[in-house]
Design a protein around this ligand. Sequence first.
Ligand SMILES: [Zn+2]
Length: 426
Amino acid sequence: MKTLITNAYVLDMVGDTANIEKKEILINDNIIEIIDKEIDKNIEVDEKINAKNMLVMPGLVNTHTHLAMSIFRGYKADKKLMDWLEDAIFPVEDKLQPEDIYWNSYLSCLEMIKSGTTTCNDMYFGMNKTVEAINDTGLRAVVAWCIKDDAIKDKIEKTREFAKIYNGNKDSKIKIYVSADAPHTCNPDTIKLCVELAKELNTGLHIHLSETIDEETKIKSRYSKRSTEYLNDLNAFDVPVVLAHGIYVSDSDIEILKKIKGGISHNPISNCKLSSGICDVAKLRENGITIGLGTDGIGSTTTMDMFEEMKTAAYLQKVSTKEPSVISAYDILKMATIDGAKVLGMDDQIGTLEPGKKADMIFIKTDKIHMCPANDVCYNLVYSSNGADVESVMIDGKIIMQNRKMINLDEKQVMRQVKKIAKRLL
Ligand SMILES: [Zn+2]
């Protein structure tokens, strides 16, 4: 099936400076075939999409989520991470049923699609139901069963089973990673098992790292070393990694992190909401470490809208360095697209609009009051727009949302289900 997109202002996210031009895009099934000012009119196409007044850019990549946590939106908020987890979250998580995981994940997926995210990186438990929701909504995702020191064997088996189904299947939109929860919840044997499993499955490791100062203090008192050193000594960086947060990393940690494959997922709103701290994104980037953006789970953030994360990331760097030029709007957009794809080891498939890449793209309506005038399109995207400006979404060559309406998905039914679960459990 061939699809031709016409009249689009294309921001392809290729290279170090913004390139925005009126172009046409030819898609063959799920792959971008040609992007050019004018495509040969003799090529027969099955479908034409007129993208007049739209900016078309790569779908956003959310590098750290816990999709099934959507019922915790605003629940017992305004606490520090560990107090919040122990008082509010853990007691309810124990009662979550498989169907709850499905609907909660579904809601997060819808919220992401409706705000322009086309790929996410999820870790939690009950992942078979989360994968079902991801498949039913049409997202692309990296998925991992979160392993802590308990029930390790079961989760390792499930990871193996899932990797067998999804990894290596070139048509699959799901990729399986191994996940160890965090250095302070995984003893050395657990970390070693996870690293060995990632090697065996030829995949990567998703782990929280240095989210709070309390975690660093715990690791220091247990092992007389920093979290990054702890992971390094257990050979965790032999495999590609997604390190969520990375707030309390020292100069010596940066020397270690310079060598990793993958990168850090920066979750600015979660870090603000839980008063965890500020990741030194500018310094990490200067040292060649790839930084993607993430929302974290809805409980610890506010929405799954990556536009909110983009502006918060930019503001945090400006205020923490007291230097307004510390990071450009284009670099923030890179973090939400191609750099996020690099963090997930998927930059050969997604993150830019180029021939040969998967047709994951978003259509942003730009003729709006809050984006007028467009003196600097990238600046408008980061600082003036929000997820509701995303008019249509294409994932893997298929339009999933058109004119803000989900195709073939009943949004009201999902909300009804999640409200029921929240009423029962909260
Ligand atoms: Zn997290």
